[in-house]
Design a protein around this ligand. Sequence first.
Ligand code: AMP
Length: 184
Amino acid sequence: MDRAPLPDTGYLKARIRTVPDWPQAGVQFRDITPVLQDPRAFRVLVDAFVLRYMETPIDVIAGIDARGFILGAVVAHQLNKGFVPVRKKGKLPFTTVCEEYELEYGNATVEMHVDAIKPGDRVLLIDDLIATGGTMMAGAHLIQRLGGQIVEAAAIVDLPELGGSVLLKEAGLPVFTVCEFEGH
Ligand code: AMP
């Protein structure tokens, strides 16, 4: 499908802050809060997603805990869609489905409410960043288990050296990211 051209994404990349060695030595944390804080950058960010998806058939937008909630909810509202959260374990009050996945050290679990997705729903899945792809993949599995179809797995940042976006594409998921950073 033809997609509207993106605004200049270098503008956004320049406003993502890198915090070295956080939360642990060797990690370059890509902090999107300066983008959210700056009204112009926040609008450019949201518009990048709105322009990309405004003509795409989507039933619901799923955002991943926690920064995926911020962007996902705004994009959902702008596109006149509903929003559903993919949450970390133990936070959702109603009946859930859950999916465990591997982190660099240990495991994590994400959950969704069983009624968050209806069979056949076209779902746009949003997070802030793709590193190893484990989080996005776990979210995608939950959506697929509930009968949803992933329109795209979308994030602001890709860390291609960690291989997550390739892994997601190899699993058959369309992937969209606004910008890339080298390293971890
Ligand atoms: P992964 O499951 O390895 O793709 O990791 C992606 C998730 O971890 C996202 O929800 C990110 O918010 C977070 N994350 C992983 N690495 C970084 C990083 N270098 N900077 C910021 N967030 C990160």
